[in-house]
Design a protein around this ligand. Structure first.
Ligand code: H2B
Length: 96
């Protein structure tokens, strides 16, 4: 179930719910901006916990106050319910 590819309409709804995420081919991307490195790193710690809990890990990078996240399900070669869940969980720790 979690590893099933999202249907086009489910992906569309997700993108409407979280418009700051971009859909690129087989992955979802968002760049998060914070006040400083401390805030960015605190966010990364929370995301790392989410990733371990879901056993679903982002491709990501950090540059001082910015965190860039890309998510996909490699084993399914596309976007699945796990990616959907990951985006929801990450968004729940953001206050903007
Ligand atoms: N994370 C992501 N984003 N995609 C995957 O396909 C994936 C993962 N696979 N984390 C998991 C780990 C897999 O390697 C383990 C064995 O469950």
């Amino acid at each position: 179930m979690q590893n099933q590819l999202l249907k086009p309409e489910e992906l569309e709804t997700l993108m409407k719910t979280f418009p700051k995420w971009e859909h690129h081919d087989k992955c979802l991307k968002r760049i998060f901006e914070f006040q400083d490195f401390k805030e960015a790193f605190d966010f990364m710690i929370q995301v790392a916990e989410i990733a371990e809990t879901l056993d679903h890990h982002p491709d990501w990078s950090n540059s001082w106050n910015e965190v860039s996240i890309q998510i996909s399900t490699h084993s399914a070669n596309g976007l699945t319910y796990l990616d959907h869940r990951f985006v929801e969980e990450v968004e729940s720790v953001i206050k903007d």
